[in-house]
Write a protein that binds this ligand. Structure first.
Ligand code: GLY
Ligand code: MN
Ligand code: MN
Length: 465
């Protein structure tokens, strides 16, 4: 199907909508005129021209095409809630309310570069699409904005998607898309350092996520009483994600007891038991599509046991060691090495390593990694694992710069069947994950309002449960 064709209605074969011209005329009449809407300009619009200018400068002479992408099918004629491609969201500033299939074109063929946003404009109530197309008809899925409304909102030239096919054919294949590796890398790396709009949105995502954690704390009793208490935890967080933001930034990990050792446990069908820990890794994505990524590991009955506390504080020490050294100029891999040294020392202290700490830190050995196989952090922003296409020298091997936002998330996981640790350690998993912003002198913990120290976490639980 070409982009400008009207989308077929997947539900058409069960539709009983009348098709006579008389009905069409009747449906097309009697509606108030709503064409004089005025739209406030998005705060993102102050920042997006510079982002696009950087792309244009790097790919001078080219036409750059960035697609928002289609709605993804969930099954048959139902679709997932729409989310545009993150590069599209970044370069247009259009977030959760992006019209599916929109396309951004940055025309850098001449020095006076220009950007055009193609979108499926409102169809008009005199069209049969309006009431008869369940996929995109406005009677079904809600009103689409006009070209001028989107132009005002995002401060960009807009054109109808119906003109896109023709526009593209005139380029005779002389354009590049995100399939071009250099372009994909560039737009990914463009997001490594966040601008003021992005930092403000990340603060909102964090604030909404903290409300989600509080909601979970309030629902712990209910979770303990339910055979699938992890689902109660998951949905308590989700209620806040939808009420306070747009959605989840990723599937919630609600892992009680030994499920905490499964790093991406999202089945969430287990019980939440007195005496166990609950590892909750969850983040709210706000309307602009920026997401937080936060983990706290909490004692379900409100109080850490001595061993749970010891393991928790080992992880906290690893995190704090990273906090203490993270600042502009430090390399990402140095942060990881800092956390790994603490993890090696702790596991050595418990007698779990076959040799010394230095032996284990030898790249050939890495015995301590048995209990923390994941990385110590990752960039965070529009994607939970942000800037994922950045070249290695721009990511792990790169220096921290002011404006970067990333996670610090060490953990320790002792599987229930791990015979290399004493029985009392088995089935305990702890992760502590914070979101930080690099400042001129260090890092600011954006998630600091959520307690991390044992005593403060216990007090927080007592307050909210
Ligand atoms: N929530 C996935 C992660 O922490 O990376
Ligand atoms: Mn993370
Ligand atoms: Mn996480």
């Amino acid at each position: 199907m070409s982009k400008d064709a009207v989308k077929p209605d997947p539900g058409a074969n069960r539709s009983r909508t009348p098709t006579s011209q008389a009905f069409l005329d009747y449906m097309g009449s009697g509606w108030a005129d709503d064409s004089s809407e005025t739209v406030a300009v998005s705060p993102a619009a102050e920042f997006t021209p510079l982002r696009r200018a950087k792309v244009a400068a790097a790919f001078a002479g080219e036409v750059i095409v960035i697609e928002a992408g289609p709605a993804a099918t969930r099954s048959n004629d139902t679709e997932y809630r729409y989310r545009p491609h993150s590069a599209f969201a970044h370069l247009t500033g259009w977030g959760a309310h992006t019209v599916p299939d929109s396309v951004l074109v940055i025309d850098a063929r001449t020095e006076a570069t220009k950007s055009i946003l193609f979108l499926r404009e409102t169809a008009g109530k005199d069209s049969s699409e309006f009431f008869a197309n369940s996929a995109i008809g406005e009677f079904w899925v809600g009103q689409r904005p006009s070209l001028s409304a989107v132009s005002q909102l995002l401060a960009i030239e807009t054109r109808s998607l119906s003109e896109y096919e023709d526009f593209l054919s005139k380029l005779e294949n002389n354009y590049i898309t995100l399939e071009n590796l250099a372009l994909a890398e560039f737009v990914s790396e463009l997001r490594l350092v966040k601008d003021d709009f992005e930092i403000a949105e990340m603060r909102k995502a964090v604030a909404a996520s903290i409300k989600g954690f509080e909601e979970v704390a309030s629902n712990l009793g209910k979770a303990m009483a339910h055979p699938r208490g992890e689902r109660v935890v998951e949905t308590a967080f989700f209620s806040q994600a939808r009420a306070e933001g747009h959605d989840l930034g990723y599937e919630t990990i609600a892992a009680a007891g030994h499920h905490a050792c499964t790093l991406h446990w999202i089945i969430n069908n287990g019980p939440v038991r007195d005496g166990d820990l609950l590892l909750l890794d969850a983040g709210v994505e706000v309307e602009s599509l920026y997401t937080a990524d936060v983990t706290r590991t909490i004692p379900i009955n409100g109080k850490f046991s001595p061993l749970q506390r010891e393991i928790y504080e080992a992880v906290l020490e690893a995190a704090d060691a990273v906090f203490a050294m993270a600042k502009p100029g430090v390399l990402f891999k140095e942060m990881h090495a800092t956390a790994m040294r603490v993890i090696a020392e702790k596991t050595h202290g418990w007698g779990f390593l076959p040799g010394s700490v230095e032996d284990s830190l030898n790249p050939e050995n890495q015995h301590h990694r048995r209990w923390m196989v994941h990385g110590t952090g990752h960039h965070l922003g529009l994607d939970v694992h942000d800037c994922a296409q950045a070249r290695r020298e721009m990511s792990m091997d790169a220096e921290l710069k002011p404006g970067m936002i990333f996670t610090i998330e060490p953990g320790l996981y002792f599987h229930k069947d791990d015979l290399l640790v004493p029985a009392e350690f088995r089935g305990i998993g702890v992760r502590i994950e914070d979101d930080v912003l690099v400042t001129e002198t260090g890092v600011e913990n954006l998630t600091a309002a959520l307690p991390r120290k044992v005593d403060e976490l216990e007090a927080w639980l007592a307050k909210h449960r």
